[in-house]
Design a protein around this ligand. Structure first.
Ligand code: ATP
Length: 274
């Protein structure tokens, strides 16, 4: 029933095509995580050995097959130990997909989202001002991820997003300026929050703790993190572990617009009081 076509002696079924496609996606995503790291060489080594094992088995070379078979037996445990960081990031990547998130389904069906207004103007204007004055800032913007756990590490605020409040939070002498502010459901949820630091060894040494915390947060969640560097006044945005540096206010606005839904963009187009 599931028969598709055959190439010579090979019968290809639909399920085989699907199988190959899924394995391809898995290998590609894992490759993306380990690319540029030492783990990539280990990964290629593992793959080569596995393909050799398959060839040896198919050609019925008994001795080599049993030696490689022993290695493959412990290979899975060895891989878990060797790739523990990468596997953790890979599982987080799967787990943070919007499809597994109730907030995503709520927004898809319009539940609880009718009153959500993202004041993008205020975010962009205050970011521009903080960049001009080299005021350090770290803002987590979450559409789908529940932020309760992170908000609890700081001080709960729960107020409308406004330029004045953002500037007050990150003002150098403010008791709230340290750590990250969390924006959730169109509101400022908390400030002075502690974010998880990334363990990625590829992060350049020139990026300090603020940037490392932003990257760490984006690895475990589907949030967008906005950074203003105290040292250089540069604006950066971090998403899915990738950092885009040296953004202009226009580019910042565009990336915020892309992240927030079309539906919310329309709402944002209505002028809002700061
Ligand atoms: N785990 C964390 N969670 C949230 N904020 C953090 C965390 N670690 C550091 N920070 C923030 O980063 C600030 C220190 O930034 P640091 O100078 O080390 O980083 P940086 O990436 O070089 O940034 P900048 O370019 O602004 O100097 C701290 O004062 C604190 O506000």
């Amino acid at each position: 029933m599931f028969f598709c076509f055959d190439i010579g002696f090979l019968e290809i079924k639909w399920v085989d095509i699907f199988d190959i496609l899924l394995v391809g996606i898995l290998i590609y995503n894992f490759y993306k995580l380990v690319r540029g790291t030492v783990a990539l060489r280990v990964f290629i080594g593992f793959l080569s050995l596995y393909f050799l094992y398959l060839i040896v088995q198919a050609t019925e070379m008994e001795l080599l097959s049993s030696i490689l078979g022993q290695f493959m037996g412990v290979g899975v445990i060895a891989a878990v130990v060797l790739f523990q960081d990468e596997l953790r990031r890979f599982l987080l990547l799967i787990g943070k997909a919007p499809a597994f998130n109730s907030e995503f389904w709520n927004s898809l069906f319009g539940k609880d989202t009718a009153n959500i207004i993202w004041n993008i103007d205020a975010i962009v204007d205050s970011t521009k001002e903080m960049a001009r004055t080299s005021t350090g800032a770290l803002i987590v913007i979450s559409r789908f991820d529940d932020m309760e756990k992170y908000a609890q590490t700081g001080d709960i605020i729960d107020c409308k997003i406004s330029k004045r409040i953002i500037s007050s939070i990150f003002f150098k002498n403010s008791p709230l300026h340290d750590g990250a502010a969390i924006f959730y459901k169109g509101r400022i949820m908390a400030a002075r929050c502690r974010l998880p630091l990334s363990t990625n060894e590829q992060i350049p040494a020139s990026l300090g703790m603020r940037h490392r915390a932003a990257i760490g947060m984006s690895e475990g969640t589907s949030t967008l993190i906005l950074i203003v560097s105290e040292e250089t006044g540069q604006i950066s945005i971090v998403k899915n572990g990738d950092i885009t540096k040296n953004l202009s206010p226009q580019q910042t606005r565009q990336m915020l617009n892309e992240y927030l839904s079309a539906e919310e963009k329309e709402i944002d187009a209505v002028p809002l009081p700061n």
